[in-house]
Write a new protein. Structure first.
Length: 293
């Protein structure tokens, strides 16, 4: 995938939002995974995002540059696909190119006939046996981490009256979004990239409120998609500061869904992640971050 970065993709300083890049990464992963899972005769399916491993933002992308996203399948288990994605920015005036992101994503194929049915994944051919063994190890590690993360997901962010500056309550933020058709896959649940873009937006607001400077996404810890979010649901994306160092801020973000289209189901935790941001001067140099109280 590739497209030029526009002003509406970036912040006021001209740096492209991390959520915009995450959305492009997920689109590339969804395309290649869905292609692979439908490469053999059988029940048609759509690949759904289950997890994104740690993603580092190695270099900012600016307005006017072209972001080129490439994806490759590196491992398949019986019911999941591992995709490696690289992002390269290109200055089309000078021809200069640089790698900005590398990410690993996990997808599962869901039947077009039954959204709750996970189908089997066609195997891939490995060049070396070692590649398969390493992939299997990564698969087991991420599966265990997803289970542990889901078990500790119960926190709720409550508003704080008259919070002091630089406290958790001062910068915490929430965004409420009604899931519409343009947010969803063919199966009627939200694209992972749409959710990640909203999560990055909330995390960015938290970071900007805390330090009141230009901020950019530095990295994202594993993003776990615990449950699908259906069309017509109302989602609440909440973020709060959890840690500050001298030059970075860690922000916890989670997504809760209210499935109004399904009255038999109550509110549930759908996605969770930790984002890291840095504060920048007008010249793009790192600034000290106020200590979290």
């Amino acid at each position: 995938l590739g497209r030029i970065m526009r002003p509406d993709d970036a912040n006021v300083a001209g740096n492209v939002h991390g959520g915009t890049i995450l959305k492009m990464i997920e689109e590339a992963g969804a395309i290649i995974s869905t292609r692979h899972c439908n490469s053999q005769a059988g029940e048609p399916c759509v690949a759904a995002l289950a997890r994104v491993e740690r993603t580092d933002f190695l270099s900012p992308v600016c307005i006017g540059e072209v972001a080129n996203v490439s994806a490759e399948i590196t491992y398949t288990s019986r019911h999941s696909v591992e995709v490696q994605v690289n992002v390269m920015s290109e200055n089309i005036l000078t021809g200069a190119k640089k790698v900005t992101n590398k990410a690993t994503l996990w997808y599962v194929p869901l039947s077009l006939k039954n959204v709750n049915k996970v189908l089997e994944v066609p195997p891939i051919q490995y060049v070396r046996k070692q590649q398969e063994d390493e992939g299997r190890k990564r698969y087991e590690e991420q599966k265990l981490d997803r289970l542990e993360t889901k078990q500790r997901n119960g926190d709720v962010i409550f508003p704080v009256i008259n919070p002091e500056p630089h406290t958790v309550g001062y910068s915490q933020s929430s965004l409420i979004h009604l899931v519409g058709p343009s947010d969803c896959t063919l199966l009627g649940f939200v694209h992972g990239g749409v959710t990640m873009k909203l999560m990055d937006e909330v995390a960015g607001i938290v970071a900007a409120r805390h330090c009141k400077t230009n901020i950019v996404t530095a990295s994202v810890d594993a993003i776990n998609f615990h449950e699908k979010i259906k069309k017509g649901s109302v989602i609440t994306i909440s973020g709060r500061m959890t840690f500050t160092s001298n030059k970075s801020m860690e922000i916890e973000v989670f997504v809760d869904a209210d499935p109004f289209v399904d009255e038999s189901r109550g509110r549930y935790r759908a996605v969770s992640a930790f984002f890291t941001y840095v504060s920048l001067s007008k010249e793009g140099k790192p600034l000290p971050v106020p200590q979290l109280l």
